[in-house]
Design a protein around this ligand. Structure first.
Ligand code: FAD
Ligand code: NAD
Length: 472
């Protein structure tokens, strides 16, 4: 039996990053992952790299370029006659991006002396991990002083719309339509619904999104959500709130969808239907019968503040545990558990996990929303600044959106930053850093920002907290 200091189960952004850090810290480390690519070969990187973050952003970029041909470039004096979209080429490019990154993860593991095993890992008693290799590859057991579970998540399925992988699909299917669906239905106006809805809308689909809740983007700041809803609707996304799907039947030509809203029962015909109603922790076949790994009531592995589970020496991280299902949160937990195993003192600051939704304009935030502060009775000050007052935004022809900074009324500590606008995904990093250092809005306001940049909106919003924005 091979013996390791650490065996990691799961090779997504939680697991592979944990393994790299363990390797850097000199721990003898193995990583077990079961994902196989379309070619049947091991494809490290988990959901994020194979059917999540990376391929979705590749398609968002491709479709954004295509959309700009007709909607942005003419204003720059550029006209392109006879532009067309080659969906097969777009998908092939996306697949190549994924494969390049798959190889990159494998190379990083090798560089850090992590042994990668391809197959299904199961936690047994005494922290042994059995690895069932794919096909008839047999089984092998690894002995570990510590085990890190990073088994990730899978899409939530709903009985009223069973995924068949053809007409009714989940995120993986929606990243691989061979042609642009004329009418695309999406169940769930969450992150996946909005990102993948944007992709296919930009390529010419009529997109109808059915959202059960009356609120749009319930977790986001209300002002940001309101502006985003207006903007996405103007772009042609048909977002129907308070719409509860009661049935979906796939036929040869399309899908017949039934739903109910305040006005009563409704029917809809679409070519394809995407089910994007959330994700759940993936723990199937993960634990041997004699292992008492405690789960919480959401079906996730129960962990403490340094990701220790109920079993001594066993940690769990990422989508399989509490907290937002985000790649960077999983990776941060991976680094923390590696350092904890190596004897270091760790602290995971879940307060400042940034959120980004890669629509156009992008939506990004960190910290508390204005409604959360109001509900908690916190005394705060808010400062906002619109993109339309930025020279750089005008130069780019991208003037929609604003930045909002929320700060404690007494101490001036920044409590939240909310951005709706171009490059919000990049701009939010400054806010996260500021909050990590527990900066005040005045710290941001007194920091020199390059001109002309979009980051000036963050600077001006911080100035606006004290009523002294300069360009509005
Ligand atoms: P995963 O990435 O799910 O990896 C788990 C791995 O473990 C998988 O390879 C799985 O096969 C393997 N595994 C599970 N059980 C076993 C077992 N018993 N034995 C062996 N292997 C096992 N997040 C962002 O932060 N930014 C984004 O832009 C973003 N975009 C997304 C877009 C889409 C369409 C989707 C679906 C998700 C997106 N996410 C995004 C979320 C992100 O993908 C997840 O938060 C992230 O992948 C979680 O990482 P993880 O390591 O916990 O799990
Ligand atoms: P989500 O939680 O973001 O959104 C699901 C939406 O579906 C919600 O608005 C919910 O109210 C709605 N819903 C639930 N049941 C429904 C039903 N029966 N009918 C109609 N609507 C229903 O989930 P998602 O979009 O599936 O994404 C899953 C997770 O993946 C996200 O929560 C996020 O953690 C991660 N993700 C992140 C990014 C990013 O960071 N940019 C991108 C994609 C996915």
């Amino acid at each position: 039996m091979k013996r390791y200091d650490v065996v990691v189960i799961g090779g997504g952004p939680g697991g592979y990053v944990a393994a790299i850090r363990c390797g850097q810290l000199g721990l003898a480390t193995a990583l077990v992952d079961e994902w196989l690519g379309a070619d049947g070969k091991p494809a490290l990187g988990g959901t994020c790299l194979n059917v999540g973050c990376i391929p979705s952003k590749a398609l968002l970029d491709s479709s954004h370029h295509y959309h700009n041909l007709a909607h942005l470039l003419p204003a720059h004096g550029i006209t392109v006659e006879g532009a067309s979209m080659d969906v097969a080429a777009m998908l092939a490019r996306k697949d190549k991006v994924v494969q390049t990154m798959n190889r990159g993860v494998a190379a990083l593991l090798k560089k850090n002396k992590v042994n990668a095993y391809s197959g299904h890992g199961r936690l047994e008693t005494d922290n042994r991990v059995s690895v069932a290799r794919h096909g008839n590859g047999g089984e092998e057991t690894l002995a570990a002083k510590n085990v890190v579970i990073a088994s990730g998540s899978v899409p939530v399925s709903i009985p009223v719309a069973p995924v068949d992988g053809d007409r009714i699909v989940d995120n993986a299917g929606a990243l691989a339509f061979q042609k642009v669906p004329a009418r695309l239905g999406i169940i769930g106006a969450g992150v996946i619904g909005l990102e993948l809805g944007s992709v296919w809308k930009r390529l010419g689909s009529e997109v109808i999104i059915l959202e059960a809740l009356d609120d749009f983007l319930a977790a986001a700041d209300r002002q940001i959500a309101g502006d985003a809803l207006k903007s996405l609707t103007k772009q042609g996304l048909d977002i129907r709130l308070g719409a509860r799907v009661t049935g979906a039947k796939a036929g040869k030509k399309g899908v017949a969808v039934k739903y109910e809203d305040k006005a009563g029962p409704k029917a809809l015909e679409v070519d394809r239907l995407v089910v994007a109603v959330g994700r759940r922790a993936y723990t199937e076949g993960l634990v041997g019968a004699d292992v008492a790994l405690a789960m919480d009531n959401g079906g996730r592995i129960q962990v403490d503040d340094v990701c220790r589970t109920s079993v001594d020496g066993v940690y769990a991280i990422g989508d399989a545990v509490k907290g937002p299902m985000l790649a960077h949160k999983a990776s941060e937990e991976g680094v923390a558990v590696a350092e904890h195993i190596a004897g270091g003192a760790v602290h995971i600051d879940h307060r400042i996990v940034p959120w980004v939704i890669y629509t156009h304009p992008e939506i990004a935030w960190v910290g508390e929303t204005e409604q959360q502060l109001k509900e908690a009775g916190s005394d705060y000050r808010a400062g906002s600044f619109p993109y339309r007052a930025l020279g750089r935004a005008h130069g780019a022809g991208d003037v929609e959106g604003f930045v909002k900074v929320l700060a404690d009324a007494k101490s001036d500590e920044i409590l939240g930053v909310h951005i709706f606008g171009a490059q919000a995904s990049e701009l939010i990093a400054e806010a996260v850093t500021a909050m990590a250092f527990r900066s005040s809005s005045e710290d941001l306001a007194r920091t020199i920002h390059a001109h002309p940049t979009l980051s000036e909106a963050v600077h001006e919003a911080a100035l606006a907290v004290d009523g002294r924005a300069l360009h509005i």
